[in-house]
Every structure is written in structure tokens, then in C-alpha cells.
Design a protein around this ligand. Structure first.
Ligand SMILES: C[S@@+](CC[C@H](N)C(=O)[O-])C[C@H]1O[C@@H](n2cnc3c(N)ncnc32)[C@H](O)[C@@H]1O
Ligand code: SF4
Length: 334
């Protein structure tokens, strides 16, 4: 019933809020996307972090996070600690997750797993709700075609250690999901990856389609090069198609952007942007060190941009694959 109501809400919400944007003053964001760090230990070629050119690098301090949470007067459904960068590089991450948990807010983290083995007890102590671990290859050679710098044995051993410690401590959380971006070099190993997920005794493996457009700042040549090198042939995992030699989104931006109604993004330095694809910070509308998030959420600047996005007037939205994010989750554990 709840799912049906949510579907109905998002079906009509775009129409309603594009006509009456002030209504959102009463509906603060359900999800906070918090950038724990915009730095990384890996070098994945079509990642926004690696291609980040316009923003300074850094990590959010616990002080900034506390100002954010102490300044909100509603209860968000969850905090997602992944925007750009590798969250585990932030040594105060688990303190933030615990602080949120004590306020009744669940946290989700996406990680490349390279630093995981060093913080397993701390992670389990934090009360984290879900961990997504990058796993888009079935061997060292295969995975490092995209995850440049990754050590596959370190990854496997960290996952095993996490799952075993969670079991030993008799904990149900976090849910542990592997995350597999389907690309040219790994598309033939989907079944093998599911087998490995079973062997590793994680909860699920999620298959996701690749992005080569918005947020990356690629020019035509770079987009072409990455498309040829990485896009798979499997139609069900392709967001793009070639039209007269150019890689374009399969379907144009259609429907309303639901994330602009439900998510607020807070970058490591407190800047707030309206779009969870705006990794370069082109759409920053305020900073939580200067005013609380709710005030920014209802500000004219935020409302104007939100309305332009809902009315499909923003140029970058035309190239955004957010709504077409093909996603298939395979549960491997009961
Ligand atoms: C910027 S990463 C940050 C989290 C972490 N470092 C990681 O790799 O999982 C955020 C998410 O983007 C995914 N990602 C990286 N490159 C991508 C691409 N070209 N298309 C779609 N997703 C991508 C990552 O797998 C991760 O789920
Ligand atoms: S590990 Fe994550 S943040 Fe780091 S380069 Fe790869 S996708 Fe980007």
C-alpha cells in the first residue's frame, strides 16, 4: 500500500509542484545526500570524482555535519553518504553515522572497499543501515579495466571479513550489497558475479547501467572514447544509443525529475546543490554554515531552480540519465 501511494505521489508530484512550488516549503527533503569526501584512492576513468575540475578537494568535518543535523527540524528518511569520492577516506564518517542513528536516521554508504578491512568493527558499531560495495569484475584483470588501482584480493578479503564479523556479532545490519556496473569487459560475467556473491554470503548483488554523460564534463571525443571502451552491448543495461554516430540518451529526458523533490545534496564544505548529478557544483544555492538547510530549501534561489528543472528548462537535464538508471537487484541470501 505504502509503495502504491509513493508511486502515485511521484507520478503527480512533478505536475503539482511545478505549478505550486511553495507547497514544498511544507515537505522538506526525505533524503540527504552528504559528501563525506570528494577524494579517492582509485582512478575509475568515467567517474565524476576523477573528472572533477571545478571544486576544491576535501572531507566533511564532524563539526560541519553536526551543524547540518542540529539545524534540521524534521526527520529525513535516510542519509546517503555518497556523492563524489570515497566516503571511507573520512575518518569521522562512522561518528557521523552514529550521530544520525541516535537521531533515528538511517545511513547508506557506497564504497570501493579498498579501506574497508581496517574499519570493520567501527563500521558495525556505527549502526549503519546499508553498505554498497563496488564489485564490477570477477578477477584482478577484469575489475581493474575500470576500477584502476583496485586490489581484488584486498576487496574479497574485506568482504569476507565484514560478513563473518557481522555474523559473529549476531548483527542484522548493515545490509551488504555488491554493486556491479555492467560494462563491455564484464557483461559476460554476470552469472559468475552472482555465483561469487553467493559464495561471499552477501545479501544481494545490484546491476546498474553506466553513465557517460551529465556530471562528467566530457567533450564529444571523450564521450565517444568512453562509450566505445566501456558501454556494453546488452540492451537492457544501456542508457544510450547511437544516433548518426553520436552517443545519446536512449529516450529524452521525460517525466518529472523526482530527485529534485526529495533529495538535498550537501557537499563536504557545507555547500548545498539542488541536483544529485551536479558534482561540479554548478547549481549551488547556499551553504549550511550560513543558514539552516530548511531555509535554503525554501529560498527563492532553490525554488526557482527547482521549478526550472521541473519545467525541463535546464540544459543539463536534457543529457541526464537519472530517470533511466536501469537497475536490477539479485537477492542472494534469504
Ligand atoms: C562516485 S562513486 C562514490 C562511491 C565509491 N567510491 C564507489 O566507487 O562505490 C558513486 C557511485 O558511482 C558509481 N559509478 C562510478 N562511475 C560510474 C559511471 N560511469 N556510471 C555509473 N555509475 C558510476 C560508483 O560505483 C558508485 O556507486
Ligand atoms: S572508486 Fe568510486 S569515487 Fe573512486 S574513482 Fe572509482 S567510482 Fe570514483
Amino acid at each position: 500500500m505504502k509503495n502504491i501511494l509513493t508511486k502515485i505521489y511521484f507520478k503527480y508530484a512533478g505536475h503539482i509542484f511545478s505549478l505550486l512550488p511553495w507547497l514544498l516549503n511544507f515537505i522538506p527533503p526525505r533524503t540527504l545526500v552528504v559528501e563525506a569526501s570528494n577524494m579517492c584512492v582509485l582512478n575509475c576513468p568515467a567517474c565524476t570524482t576523477v573528472n572533477l575540475s571545478k571544486r576544491a578537494k576535501g572531507k566533511m568535518s564532524f563539526g560541519v555535519f553536526k551543524i547540518l543535523l542540529d539545524g534540521i527540524d524534521w526527520k529525513p528518511k535516510q542519509i546517503n553518504f555518497s556523492f563524489a569520492g570515497e566516503p571511507l577516506l573520512n575518518h569521522e564518517l562512522f561518528k557521523m553515522i552514529r550521530y544520525a542513528k541516535d537521531k533515528g536516521i538511517d545511513s547508506v554508504v557506497e564504497t570501493n572497499g579498498m579501506l574497508l578491512s581496517g574499519c570493520i568493527d567501527e563500521l558495525l558499531d556505527s549502526g549503519i543501515y546499508k553498505l554498497n560495495i563496488a564489485f564490477d569484475g570477477i578477477s584482478q584483470e577484469n575489475i581493474s579495466k575500470y576500477r584502476r588501482g583496485m586490489d581484488f584480493n584486498v576487496l574479497l578479503s574485506a568482504i569476507r571479513q565484514l560478513v563473518a564479523t557481522r555474523a559473529r556479532r549476531n548483527l542484522r545490519r548493515p545490509k551488504v550489497h555488491l554493486q556491479f556496473i555492467v560494462m563491455k569487459h564484464n557483461q559476460d560475467y554476470i552469472d559468475r558475479a552472482i555465483e561469487m556473491a553467493k559464495e561471499l554470503e552477501v545479501d544481494a548483488i545490484d546491476f546498474k547501467s553506466m553513465i557517460i554523460s551529465v556530471g562528467l564534463g566530457f567533450n564529444r571525443e571523450a564521450r565517444q572514447k568512453h562509450a566505445l571502451e566501456y558501454l556494453p552491448d546488452l540492451e537492457e543495461f544501456l542508457r544510450y544509443k547511437q544516433i548518426e554516430g553520436e552517443w545519446q540518451l536512449k529516450e529524452n529526458y521525460r517525466g518529472f525529475c523526482t530527485q529534485v523533490l526529495s533529495d538535498a545534496v550537501i557537499m563536504w564544505n557545507g555547500d548545498v546543490t539542488v541536483c544529485s548529478m551536479d558534482v561540479q557544483g554548478d547549481l549551488v544555492v547556499g551553504n549550511i554554515l550560513k543558514s539552516p538547510l530548511r531555509k535554503i530549501w525554501v529560498s527563492n534561489k532553490y525554488s526557482d531552480l527547482r521549478q526550472r528543472i521541473l519545467k525541463r528548462q535546464l540544459e543539463s537535464c536534457g543529457d541526464c540519465g537519472y530517470l533511466l538508471g536501469i537497475f536490477k537487484s539479485v537477492k542472494v541470501k534469504n
